[in-house]
Design a protein around this ligand. Structure first.
Ligand code: SF4
Length: 97
């Protein structure tokens, strides 16, 4: 079983950041790196799913009402979703605002 990230000391990391234990990605909260977050304006969303499709981290999911949202534990705030949204429904905002 993979160690949790906060149990690993820096000198225990694999050289090059190689992950040799499959299935451990869930333990890495890559959203901690984020400086901006995507915010949805549902009044502009047409539920096309482009944002979900282009997210490189599979951090966007569809809610039961059909609209989309990011899982902020994993969204790194790259902004690809906002760039590709055809209706401008996603804005990138600074973290903490
Ligand atoms: S890409 Fe834009 S319009 Fe399409 S589902 Fe995502 S937020 Fe809505």
């Amino acid at each position: 079983m993979a160690k949790k990230v906060d149990e690993i000391k820096w000198h225990e990391l694999n050289i090059g950041g190689v992950i040799d234990e499959p299935g451990s990605a869930r333990e890495y909260f890559t959203g901690d790196w984020r400086s901006q977050r995507p915010v949805w304006d549902e009044s502009r969303c047409i539920k096309c799913g482009v944002c979900w499709m282009v997210c490189p981290d599979i951090a966007i999911y569809q809610k039961s009402d059909g609209y989309f949202v990011a899982n902020y534990d994993y969204s790194k705030g790259c902004g690809i979703c906002a760039k590709e949204c055809p209706t401008g429904a996603i804005k990138m905002v600074e973290e903490g605002r």
